[in-house]
Design a protein around this ligand. Structure first.
Ligand SMILES: [Zn+2]
Ligand SMILES: [Zn+2]
Length: 222
């Protein structure tokens, strides 16, 4: 409410080119959407199909990503996550929705649940906002079937810590439909462990197909 009011009074400059109006102007949005991400979502190497290369293993069978976490995507995500620029969820969801192919109409969109302390800090659940809009744009049902077991923070933890944390981070919060595909939505993929274990839970519970869609891939600094 306050955010949309502020947006009305003082339009956001585009995070890429600075043009006043929206957090991502239509030109820059077009540029992001036209540069499709063809690499493996897990390791970042080229090749493979459905977003996963032949060397990487995942419980999900298809994966989509808008691009690397650089330039406009980096600025939009960081503003959204760390500067409380709530309005950024719209362009982020729009570019993510734009990179998806036509999916079955009975697909269920599932958000990666946020860490409770992050939601308190920001005043909103950033992944939930994105996944809800992705579902709305595609006309899909949205269900928060995953919940977080612990509130351990991921930021700054080592790769090994992250994988260990991800393994026990989630639990199933509602039953899984055995005849409908699931699309898990997250904002950033780093090691891939969060999506891996979230997808594994859905598969173990009987989901016939699990796919993932993330806004950006974090280039590894390790
Ligand atoms: Zn722009
Ligand atoms: Zn790979």
């Amino acid at each position: 409410m306050i955010d949309s009011l502020l947006g009305f009074i003082a339009p956001h400059p585009c995070f890429e080119c600075g043009k006043l109006g929206r957090p991502l102007c239509s030109n820059c949005k077009y540029n992001i959407e036209s540069e499709s991400f063809a690499a493996c979502i897990i390791c970042g190497r080229a090749g493979g199909k459905n977003g996963i290369c032949i060397s990487c293993r995942a419980p999900y069978s298809r994966a989509w990503c808008v691009g690397e976490r650089t330039d406009a995507l980096l600025r939009l995500i960081d503003a959204f996550k760390f500067e409380r620029a709530k309005a950024c969820y719209r362009p982020l969801a729009d570019v993510l929705g734009g990179c998806l192919p036509e999916l079955p109409s009975n697909t269920i969109v599932v958000p990666i649940p946020a860490v409770a302390s992050h939601v308190r800090q920001r005043g909103y659940d950033h992944t939930l906002l994105i996944s809800r809009r992705v579902a709305k744009l595609g006309g899909f049902e949205h269900r928060s079937v995953l919940a977080r077991k612990t509130s351990s923070k991921q930021l700054g933890a080592s790769r090994r810590d992250r994988i260990a944390q991800a393994k026990q981070a989630f639990r199933l919060d509602s039953p899984i439909a055995s005849n409908r595909p699931y699309l898990i939505v997250d904002d950033i993929i780093t090691t891939g462990s969060t999506l891996h274990y979230a997808a594994q839970i859905l598969k173990d519970a009987g989901a016939p197909e699990v796919w993932v869609a993330v806004v950006a891939r974090q280039v590894s600094t390790e």
